[in-house]
Design a protein around this ligand. Structure first.
Ligand SMILES: Cc1cc2nc3c(=O)[nH]c(=O)nc-3n(C[C@H](O)[C@H](O)[C@H](O)COP(=O)(O)O)c2cc1C
Length: 195
């Protein structure tokens, strides 16, 4: 378990400017990310911001079906691997061996953005957390939540002068196998890097 650097809640770029500048970025420099940046991106996606456990992104019934994982190839001070984000304590846990970038890219229809990024954040869902309360309708809620999380990460990336793109085109089964997922369903890949 690795405690991430404390996220900051103030920065030089206004929310309005982040909204205006947010763009999908698909080409990245090979320069690594640093832990502060990774910490900030994960916090933006799912960080806890209230003593009751509420988070940066809204969640139907506060059931939090979204899990974030990071495929880290080039992150300073981080051994390559797949890491699982624990909002509680703002920590990451080594989860599994990271696949080769070209293999992950292949599962995503050979998209170059996946092959070039120093890290890829995976937005995954455990549907049952939400469907056990809301039934079929819970599926819709989980997808909405993935959108909230991804948008937060987009805006945070913009504020940090990083780039990302929300990728929905991939082969579910290939990806799940590469990521060693069991109950989690991958919904988005977010390659992140320096534009
Ligand atoms: C549900 C969804 C799936 C997407 N899938 C992909 C994808 O597989 N590959 C990709 O390069 N961009 C993907 N995008 C990003 C869109 O192409 C992008 O948002 C659009 O071109 C508008 O550009 P902008 O994000 O810079 O405003 C996806 C966006 C959404 C919302």
């Amino acid at each position: 378990m690795l405690e991430l650097p404390k996220p900051r809640t103030q920065g030089p770029m206004s929310l309005e400017l982040c909204l205006e500048r947010r763009r999908s970025i698909r080409e990245f420099s090979p320069r690594p990310l640093n832990l502060e940046e990774l910490s900030q991106l994960l916090w933006a996606g799912q960080g806890i911001t209230h003593r009751m456990g509420y988070r940066t992104a809204p969640s139907a019934g506060a059931l939090y079906p979204i899990e974030l994982f990071v495929c880290a190839w080039e992150v300073d001070r981080l051994t390559q691997g797949i890491y699982w984000y624990h909002p509680n304590g703002h920590r990451i846990e080594y989860y599994a061996q990271v696949p080769a970038r070209k293999d992950l890219a292949r599962a995503a229809l050979d998209q170059d953005s996946v092959r070039l990024a120093p890290a890829v954040i995976v937005v995954a869902a455990v549907y049952s957390r939400t469907t056990k309360k809301y039934g079929e309708r819970g599926i819709r809620y989980v997808h909405m939540e993935a959108g909230h999380v991804a948008q937060n990460i987009y805006l945070q990336a913009t504020a940090l002068h990083l780039g990302t793109v929300a990728i929905g085109a991939f082969y579910d089964n290939q990806l799940k196998k590469l990521l060693s997922f069991r109950q989690e369903e991958p919904l988005y890949l977010l390659p992140v890097g320096r534009p």
